[in-house]
Write a protein that binds this ligand. Structure first.
Ligand code: COS
Length: 383
């Protein structure tokens, strides 16, 4: 796939129109006030871009992995916080799509398609990179399960109606005892911590989720007992590509802004774009963004087909694109000089927002562990 199909190109144009008209105008305010991007939320739901991956049979838009990447990329180009809406909705619901039975899919995917949010609860205070070290417990009680524990760093917590929660049913079995459940915000015993005060993505609430003797019926289990860790890892193989899409989007947004600025800004009697030092920076930025984009789209193809090398490509796209986004947004601030360092211009927000893409859905150090393991296991690229 070396060119986008006409259909994919049309999706990009449609999302860009919504993003520029209905998301971009609020991006600075959402960041400044650290508030949920309600306008973006409503516009994305109205255009069916809030959870585009949901299959048509459940009332969704039925976007493939590449189309979902395009939606997230275009929203992130103007507002990374808002791009977490489609990204988190895919992350939270993918375990249900990959491992849930038909009843679970019908119930939750249709409500997600209709506009309710879906978050993902894997991380805990002591389970970050070491995701298998789950302390949240699930205990069977007749035809119910009872969940107790604390989940940390949960994106869109409090906004989402549904939560995929990973919990340990048998600590002796470590990763083989971990099981996935759907928990609803309205279930008795569910509550949320204060929103974290973050460097960036301030429009996306990040909160703890407390599970205090939450009793849920057994049909809320996703897949089988003990299948949760594999499901959680498979999910991340697919969704790390959506983080790469955020990174490509914010990098493109910063490059676009810097390109406009350097042609306007006059120093020594001419636009600073006339200086070769500035041109070299622009060239590196453009080259890296394009390389990140191509790797991300190639990874999306693997995600759609479920290729054997998806794990490698998901990690590679995420690590490469997020490192690119950090570098490119830093360079954009540099090109704007003193102006770039102020909140009167969008590039400092983009720089702060870019940082999280190197951290969440697995730090870039974890991505390198994942890639090295795949290489050493002899997994070959499907080309
Ligand atoms: N797909 C399917 N199964 C997978 C898998 C994948 N991508 N990755 C691991 N598994 C399986 C393994 O096959 C293994 O099962 P077997 O024992 O039957 O072989 C089991 O899960 C345990 O895997 P592993 O031994 O690799 O687990 P580790 O504890 O070494 O953890 C890392 C591996 C570090 C890669 C994992 O914990 C990780 O990704 N951490 C980061 C978590 C993360 O991204 N957090 C962000 C929160 S979400 S915003």
């Amino acid at each position: 796939m070396f060119v986008l199909s006409e259909e994919h190109q049309a999706i990009r144009e449609a999302v860009r129109a919504v993003a520029e008209a209905k998301v971009a105008p609020y991006a600075a305010q959402v960041d400044e006030e650290a508030r949920y991007p309600r306008e973006a939320h409503d516009a994305l739901v109205a255009a069916d871009f809030h959870a585009p991956h949901v299959p048509e049979e459940y009332g969704g838009a039925g976007a493939d992995a590449l189309a979902t990447v395009l939606v997230i990329e275009e929203v992130a180009r103007v507002c990374v916080s808002s791009s977490l809406i489609p990204a988190v909705n895919k992350l939270g619901s993918l375990p249900v799509i990959l491992g849930g039975d038909e009843t679970l899919k019908k119930n939750y995917l249709s409500r997600l398609a209709a506009g309710e949010g879906f978050s993902y609860c894997l991380s805990e205070p002591d389970a970050g990179s070491d995701a298998a070290n789950q302390k949240t417990r699930a205990v069977r009680d007749g035809d119910h399960w009872v969940l107790d524990g604390t989940k940390r760093w949960i994106s869109n917590a409090g906004e989402s109606a549904f939560y995929t929660v990973l919990a340990q049913v048998d600590p002796a079995q470590r990763s083989k005892g971990i099981t996935a459940f759907v928990v609803e915000a309205t279930d008795e015993g569910v509550s949320f911590g204060a929103p974290e005060k973050k460097l960036g993505i301030k429009g996306s609430p990040t909160r703890e989720v407390y599970l205090d003797a939450v009793r849920i019926p057994e049909d809320r289990i996703i897949g089988d007992v003990g299948q949760g860790f594999a499901l959680a890892m498979q999910t991340l193989d697919h969704t790390r590509i959506t983080i790469a899409a955020q990174a490509v989007g914010v990098a493109q947004g910063a490059l676009d802004y810097a390109l406009g600025y350097v042609q306007e800004r006059q120093q020594f009697g001419k636009p600073i774009s006339d200086f070769q030092g500035v041109q070299f920076m622009l060239a590196d930025m453009g080259m890296k963004v394009e390389a990140a984009r191509q790797l991300t789209y190639a990874a999306a193809g693997r995600s759609e087909r479920g290729d054997d090398d998806l794990t490698f490509f998901g990690a590679a796209a995420k690590a490469f694109a997020s490192d690119t986004a950090m570098q490119v947004t830093l360079d954009a601030v540099q090109l704007l000089g003193g102006y770039g360092y102020t909140r009167d211009y969008p590039v400092e927000r983009m720089m702060r927002d870019a940082k999280i893409t190197q951290i969440y859905e697995g730090t870039n150090q974890v991505q390198r562990i994942v890639m090295a393991r795949q290489l050493l296991a002899g997994v070959q690229s499907t080309l």
